[in-house]
Design a protein around this ligand. Structure first.
Ligand SMILES: Cc1cc2nc3c(=O)[nH]c(=O)nc-3n(C[C@H](O)[C@H](O)[C@H](O)COP(=O)(O)OP(=O)(O)OC[C@H]3O[C@@H](n4cnc5c(N)ncnc54)[C@H](O)[C@@H]3O)c2cc1C
Ligand code: FES
Ligand code: FES
Length: 462
């Protein structure tokens, strides 16, 4: 018999009796909890109508399952009402600025705006747009919404306080009909993985959650990894960063901003704030998607992945991790524990370019990441890695060989651009044609050269 899932909802402790741990948070809110303010639009993380706050961060309730919410503090739009029943300042500002018409998107926008206020950020056009990038509004137009958020970003936000006695975070198993294990130690996680190699290994659920919410799959068994401390380490050393596999993008951003700004800049364009609150770097590698955004960056930086199973631990160079389309070197009983990422040094050129149809909240058509070791204008070592150019995220060996040992000049770059055609037969799909991707990859290399030659500011302004 499983244990009950407990959450703190709008300031009150709630026990979810008789609820399957694989039910989405959105279905539970709108169904058994009878809180229908939170809306369902797309059911796949794109529209933000289902935004709620989890531990004060914006989250897509359609992608989260209730089993992963145990012990978390959740606020929905119903919980924003003041003690006197008055609307929240954000709600008032949206109404007064004509920031709502049909109102379908409004609860999600309100929650994103409240999360923005909770974060205490400086309200600038950039930060407000970023805060709202995961929320679609189809009828009002964004100007009044942005104005409303700017007006009330600094107003005190009356979120109900959490109960004084927090819910314990002991290891748990929830069941009915899905069984969800929430281990709290690596040994326990590895034992469960060995016993249940077919179980879903769940981290943030921003990828797996789509299968539940949109595709209506019901997993038989799930192992939720984020409560394991060994998967949550995050440490910066002078020459490298160790990142636990369950580290969310939200947690990763400050350390990357300090140590690898081009990587941070790319992460700011990965999904939306809702996705970055929950999505993890280990989950991104685990999907083995050819358009997963962190993989080319880690390939360019020559990262090492630390894997573990009950048979022991091993380190795998990221170059050896992706074997084929959605296929990795992970054995059925293994998990990714951490990622060891060497930082670029001062004499290395390092950059990342993401090209997508929309700037925000869009999957890459092509992502290029490059690290060039330079000595006196000669390329000592080149690592060029791309997403969207093959069935797996991959390096460009011919282009790299063309660059290595050559002077970093326009002529060398043109030879490397030509070599890219021997490295890749790019993906050809509705997102981008093969011809377009190859042309973009070459142009990104030219852009890298121009950037290093000091033409960057003009280019980046385009
Ligand atoms: C709206 C939307 C926008 C998105 N935008 C982007 C984007 O711009 N760029 C991008 O790259 N991705 C994007 N994604 C995909 C997704 O958010 C990322 O891949 C994310 O990093 C997945 O992490 P997660 O923790 O949510 O993974 P989960 O969904 O929990 O798991 C994903 C996979 O990884 C495996 N896994 C998780 N942890 C481990 C581990 N420790 N060891 C072994 N396997 C593990 C799981 O078993 C599963 O197969 C988007 C998704 C959505 C819904
Ligand atoms: S319903 Fe669209 S993001 Fe959840
Ligand atoms: S007000 Fe109608 S979708 Fe935004």
């Amino acid at each position: 018999m499983g244990e009950p899932i407990e959450i703190v909802l709008n300031g009150a402790r709630r026990r979810l009796d008789g609820v399957s741990p694989a039910m989405t948070l959105l279905d539970w809110l709108r169904g058994p909890a009878r809180l229908t303010g939170t809306k369902e639009g797309c059911a796949e993380g794109d529209c933000g109508a289902c935004t709620v706050l989890v531990d004060r961060l914006p989250v897509n309730a359609c992608l989260a399952v209730v089993g992963q919410m145990h012990g978390r503090v959740i606020h929905t739009v119903e919980g924003l009402r003041g003690a006197d029943g008055a609307p929240h300042p954000v709600q008032r500002a949206l109404a007064e600025s004509d920031g709502t018409q049909c109102g379908f998107c409004t609860p999600g926008i309100v929650m994103s705006a409240v999360a923005f206020g909770c974060g205490g950020e400086e309200p600038t056009p950039e930060t407000i747009h970023d805060a709202l990038a995961g929320n679609l509004c189809r009828c009002t137009g964004y100007r009044p919404i942005v104005e409303a958020v700017a007006r009330c970003a600094r107003s005190p936000e009356p979120l109900p306080p959490a109960p004084a006695v927090p819910i314990d975070h002991e290891a748990r198993t929830f069941d009915g009909p899905t069984i969800l294990h929430a281990p709290r130690a690596l040994a326990e996680l590895l034992r469960l993985r060995a016993e249940h190699p077919d179980a879903w290994l769940l981290a943030g659920g921003t990828d797996l959650g789509v299968r539940v919410s949109h595709d209506r799959e019901v997993p038989g068994r799930v192992i939720h990894v984020v409560g394991v401390p060994e998967l949550n380490g995050l440490a910066a050393h002078p020459d490298r960063i160790e990142i636990g596999a369950a580290t969310t993008y939200q947690r990763l951003l400050p350390i990357l901003t300090n140590h690898v700004p081009p990587f941070a800049e790319m992460i700011r364009r990965l999904g939306s704030r809702q996705i970055r609150s929950m999505g993890t770097i280990g989950g991104n590698l685990g999907t083995a998607s050819p358009i997963g955004d962190t993989s080319p960056v880690l390939l360019a930086l020559g990262a090492t992945l630390h894997l573990a199973s009950i048979r022991g631990r091993r380190a795998v160079a990221i170059d050896d991790f992706f074997l084929g389309y959605r296929e990795t070197a992970l054995a059925p009983d293994e998990v990714i524990v951490s990622i060891d990422m060497r930082l670029p040094s001062a004499d290395e050129i390092f950059h990342v370019d993401k090209v997508s149809k929309r700037r925000d909240q869009d999957i890459s058509a092509v992502l290029g990441a490059y690290k060039l070791g330079m000595v006196d204008g000669i390329v000592r070592e080149a690592r060029l890695a791309y997403g969207g150019m093959a069935a797996i995220p991959a390096r460009a060996p011919h282009a790299e060989a063309t660059l290595a040992g050559a002077p970093w000049t326009e002529a060398t770059v043109e030879r490397a651009v030509a070599a890219l055609a021997r490295d890749f037969e790019p993906l050809d799909d509705w997102r981008a044609s093969a011809e377009y991707r190859l042309m973009v990859a070459g142009n990104l290399l030219r852009r890298l050269y121009l950037r290093s030659a000091g033409v960057a500011a003009e280019l980046d302004a385009l």
